[in-house]
Design a protein around this ligand. Structure first.
Ligand SMILES: C[S@@+](CC[C@H](N)C(=O)[O-])C[C@H]1O[C@@H](n2cnc3c(N)ncnc32)[C@H](O)[C@@H]1O
Length: 375
């Protein structure tokens, strides 16, 4: 983290510690935490919260292809296929069991804020407004606990600042910070902004740096998986499947070095855009990961060798769906599809790349559980 960013984090944390003027609510006596996850996707966030001992009662998402993985992995939780914009406060309130400490979790789509979309106009993108939907539901139902997660860049955006102000006005004590995933036992350099809010007293975003946990490497995470070829799948696990490569890309990956770039390739294999530019902006495309480092951020395009540093460290292919899921921190037996025929690289790639890494979600869940015990 750069010096300026560290200063911002310190400033943000001071702001978070400023007592809010709002009322403090007493937790229901003996109450456990029950969560509803809006924008739940395939359950990265929910499964992590559940691992921390939180009862996840339901997830809401308008993409029906998330139903199977969500319900198969988040025990007892219901998948509700709905547009969050249409969810009313009465419907949401009915989902929480009586007597529980209510947690509203929601990670609105992050594409409008992603650095991969820098320079693209997002003013007309209706997804910008979805964080406001989370604020609306908080305002209307006043759950005792709230959490959201997004790309780090959102911190400086008015939509996020407005969200934080709105929560403070409602009486929430909030904290937010940028969490490097490597600090939470995840073999990936992804960084995410996490916010937690509480009406029951202050809760801090768990600080992974305080854990005694050296960065996990690609080798530790996926080195044990059986080898497969581009365009094939492992017989025992249909999710261990990698995308086919063209003859040209097969020749390119064959000469790619782990941690290297296309600069290592002979001239005739280079793309026109590589020849036209110094390539500074494209260093991390058509590249292999290194065994001895965490992987780069697993985007929704990880199955595409040309879209990032998504080449396997030694096999001539992009990483498989299963490898990407493990690098995102999903347990190795996480179920993504009900039958083999359902394995769609693009759909599953989008869901896996969009997910909150479960170990990060578990750390957030544990912070809530611990805060309740202190209360
Ligand atoms: C960042 S992903 C959430 C990832 C999820 N929290 C996880 O950890 O797996 C955002 C999700 O929002 C869903 N979504 C987008 N617009 C929506 C809307 N208007 N209503 C409900 N869900 C929506 C997408 O289908 C996607 O699954």
């Amino acid at each position: 983290m750069g010096e300026r960013e560290q200063q911002l984090v310190i400033r943000d944390r001071r702001a978070a510690l400023t007592p809010s003027d709002g009322p403090r609510t007493a937790p229901p006596p003996g109450g456990h935490i029950a969560a509803v996850d809006v924008f739940c996707g395939i359950g990265g966030l929910s499964s992590g919260l559940a691992a921390a001992g939180i009862e996840v009662v339901a997830g809401v998402d308008l993409d029906g292809s998330c139903r199977f993985p969500f319900e198969a992995n988040v025990a007892g939780a219901r998948f509700i296929e709905r547009d969050v914009r249409e969810v009313t406060s009465a419907e949401l309130s009915d989902l929480w069991p009586d007597g529980a400490v209510r947690l509203l979790a929601g990670c609105a789509p992050c594409q409008p804020f992603s650095s991969y979309r820098k320079g693209t106009s997002s003013s007309n993108d209706s997804r910008w407004a979805l964080l406001r939907q989370l604020a609306r539901l908080v305002e209307e139902t006043r759950p005792e606990l709230v959490t959201t997660e997004n790309v780090p860049r959102i911190r400086g955006k008015s939509i996020f600042q407005d969200f934080a102000i709105r929560l403070r006005r409602l009486g929430y004590s909030i904290d937010y910070r940028i969490c490097p995933c490597t600090e939470y036992g995840i073999a990936q350099t992804r960084r995410r902004l996490v916010l937690v809010g509480s009406l029951l007293g202050h809760v801090n975003v768990p600080d992974g740096a305080q854990r005694d946990c050296p960065p996990k490497t690609v080798a530790q995470a996926i080195g044990h998986l059986p080898p497969i070829e581009a365009g094939t799948a492992d017989e025992a696990d249909p999710m261990h499947r990698s995308r086919a490569l063209s003859q040209l890309n097969l020749r390119r990956i064959a000469v790619s070095k782990p941690g290297g770039t296309w600069h290592d390739w002979p001239e005739e294999l280079r793309a026109a855009c590589h020849r036209r530019t110094t390539g500074a902006a494209f260093r991390n495309v058509y590249a292999r990961m290194r065994w001895d480092r965490p992987s780069p951020t697993v985007t929704t395009y990880f199955h595409n060798f040309g879209a990032g540093r998504f080449g396997h460290p030694e096999q001539d292919r992009a990483i498989s769906l299963r490898e990407a899921a493990i690098l995102q921190g999903f347990p190795e037996d996480y179920q993504f599809v009900s039958v083999e025929g359902d394995v769609r690289l693009t759909t599953l790639g989008r869901h896996i790349g969009n997910a909150v890494p479960p170990p990060l979600a578990e750390a957030i869940g544990r912070a809530f559980v611990a805060s309740l015990k202190e209360e």
